[in-house]
Write a protein that binds this ligand. Structure first.
Ligand SMILES: C[S@@+](CC[C@H](N)C(=O)[O-])C[C@H]1O[C@@H](n2cnc3c(N)ncnc32)[C@H](O)[C@@H]1O
Length: 213
C-alpha cells in the first residue's frame, strides 16, 4: 500500500524534515566549494537552504549570508547550528515560500543548490526573479541534479531534472547584462544516506552580472 504524502509544499517539506531528514550533512555542497571559494565575500542569498550547511560555510568565509526555506523545522536547526558555531551575526535564516516572492536585492551571490522538489515548485520563475536580484558584479550559481541519485526513491517521482539549456532559459541571462562563466553537466562522487557511493551528474550554471549594466 502506498503511503500518502502531503502535496502542499509547506506541509510536504515540514513532514520531510520532521520524519525523514532529521539531521544536517554537516558540510557544504561540493559544488558550492568548487565554484564559490574564490568569490569575494559580500551579501549572499541561498534558496532552499535546508539545515544551513551552505549558508554557514559562506558565513565562515566572511559572507553576510541569508538562507531561505519553506520549512521552519529545517531552519530552526540551521539557526541553532549558527549559534553553536558563533556565526549568528553573519548567518540569517528566513522562513518563506519563494513561490510567493523573494527578498529585495541586491546580492553579490545568489545560490540555488539542488533546489528541486517532488511537489509544486515554480522553479524557473523563482530563478528568473533571483537573477533580477543580483547586484552588478555579483554572481548566481545554480546547481541541480541532472538525474535522480540512485537513493532518491519517491523524492524523484515528480521532481524536475533540468538541462543546461532549460537552466539558461529559466535564468534568461541577456548577454549584454550577463557573462555566463560556466554552463555544463559535471560529474561528482556522491554519498547516499546509508553511506553508498555513486557517480552523480549535476547541471551547473555560474553567471556574473556585468558591472556596466
Ligand atoms: C532538495 S532540497 C535541497 C536543500 C539544500 N539546498 C541542499 O543542497 O541540500 C530543496 C529545499 O528547498 C526547500 N523548498 C522547497 N520548496 C520551497 C519553496 N516554495 N520556498 C522555499 N523553499 C522551498 C525545501 O524545504 C528543501 O529544503
Amino acid at each position: 500500500m502506498e503511503v500518502e504524502t502531503p502535496q502542499d509544499p509547506q506541509a510536504f517539506w515540514e513532514e520531510f524534515y520532521r520524519t525523514r531528514r532529521t539531521g544536517s550533512a554537516g558540510k557544504p555542497s561540493a559544488m558550492l566549494v568548487r565554484y564559490a571559494a574564490d568569490l569575494p565575500a559580500g551579501a549572499a542569498l541561498d534558496l532552499g537552504a535546508s539545515h544551513g550547511d551552505d549558508v554557514l560555510w559562506l558565513a565562515e568565509r566572511g559572507w553576510q549570508a541569508t538562507g531561505i526555506d519553506i520549512s521552519e523545522t529545517a531552519l530552526e536547526r540551521a539557526r541553532q547550528r549558527a549559534r553553536d558555531l558563533g556565526l549568528g551575526a553573519r548567518a540569517r535564516f528566513e522562513v518563506r515560500d519563494l513561490a510567493a516572492g523573494l527578498p529585495e536585492g541586491g546580492f553579490d551571490l545568489i545560490t540555488a543548490l539542488y533546489f528541486q522538489s517532488p511537489v509544486e515548485l515554480p522553479r524557473p520563475a523563482i530563478l528568473r526573479a533571483a537573477a533580477a536580484r543580483v547586484a552588478p558584479g555579483g554572481h548566481i550559481l545554480v546547481v541541480a541534479h541532472a538525474a535522480a541519485p540512485p537513493w532518491a526513491g519517491d523524492m524523484a517521482k515528480h521532481a524536475q531534472f533540468p538541462t543546461v539549456a532549460s537552466e539558461l532559459e529559466a535564468l534568461d541571462c541577456d548577454p549584454t547584462r550577463w557573462t555566463v562563466l560556466m554552463a555544463s553537466v559535471v560529474e561528482r562522487e556522491g554519498t547516499g544516506p546509508d553511506g553508498i557511493k555513486a557517480q552523480l551528474r549535476d547541471t551547473v550554471v555560474l553567471a556574473r552580472r556585468n558591472r556596466e549594466n
